[in-house]
Design a protein around this ligand. Structure first.
Ligand code: PGA
Length: 255
């Protein structure tokens, strides 16, 4: 397991936007070059599973590999399932679990919690995604996030909770056009809120060492603002992470 860093996390979630080995190699090459020049960031590429072994065997080690999901059982007759151990043996160090694009397909907190446990048992770091579907004036969304977070990490032994990364991704801000990312000050509030929820389980000191990232329509301008404001421990970037120019710029902003 890779130890948490105080450096700024840049996680690229390639989603299903890269669909050939040729494209994957080109993008990963650009990412590696940008990362080699950047000593202040931890760069992670969460790539489609078929590319893991290929990219993992490359000589450029400036970028950590991650997967976008794993199956909720360790092994067995699960056609199409990809186990945490298989992902780990392909070179991944991180796995996104509970992404909203999987939650909308019916994935519930209990399943996500199983996945997070298996990821940790395989020696990798789960990036646990949480985020409200919508905001309401009464602040009920805070309870929604708390329930999601606690449900998604239920089952992780208390002493292992410090090994997770949390990605706060308000569903209403994901996949929007330019200008869709959340305001840095609001992000700051949510990062603190999530750390407070975690501190109720693991204590303040441990909780505040768990990286909390922001994700949702991060483009070049939003990244610059959020990095500048220092309000989150990193970014989880979807569409712009497969845009070579945009992700290269975003990586260069980390100071
Ligand atoms: P987006 O995706 O940056 O394309 O909005 C973020 C995410 O879903 O992780």
């Amino acid at each position: 397991m890779v130890k948490h860093s105080k450096k700024f996390y840049i996680v690229g979630n390639w989603k299903m936007l890269i669909n050939s080995i040729a494209e994957a190699k080109t993008l990963f090459g650009a990412l590696s070059r940008a990362s080699l020049k950047q000593k202040k960031a931890v760069v992670i590429a969460a790539v489609p599973a078929p590319f893991l072994a290929l990219l993992g065997s490359g000589s450029k080690k400036a970028v950590y590999l991650g997967a976008q999901d794993v199956f909720q059982e360790a092994s067995g007759s699960y056609t199409g399932g990809i186990s945490a151990n298989a992902v780990e043996s392909s070179g991944a160090k991180y796995v996104i679990v509970g992404h909203s694009e999987r939650r909308v397909q019916g994935e519930i907190d209990a399943v996500i919690a199983r996945k997070a446990v298996l990821v940790i048992e395989s020696g990798m770091t789960p990036i646990v995604c949480v985020g409200e579907r919508a905001r309401d004036v009464d602040g009920k969304y805070l309870a929604e996030i708390k329930n999601q977070l606690l449900g998604s990490i239920a089952g992780i032994p208390k002493e292992k909770i410090d090994s997770i990364i949390v990605a706060y991704e308000p569903v209403w801000a994901i996949g929007k056009a330019f200008g869709g990312a959340m305001e840095p000050t609001l992000i700051h509030e949510m990062v603190i809120y999530i750390k407070k929820v975690l501190s109720e389980i693991v204590g303040k000191e441990t909780a505040f060492n768990i990286p909390v990232l922001y994700g949702g329509s991060v483009d070049d301008a939003a990244a610059q603002a959020i990095i500048g404001a220092g309000d989150a421990d990193g970014l989880l970037i979807g569409r712009m992470s497969v845009n070579k120019e945009a992700i290269t710029k975003i990586i260069s902003y980390v100071k």
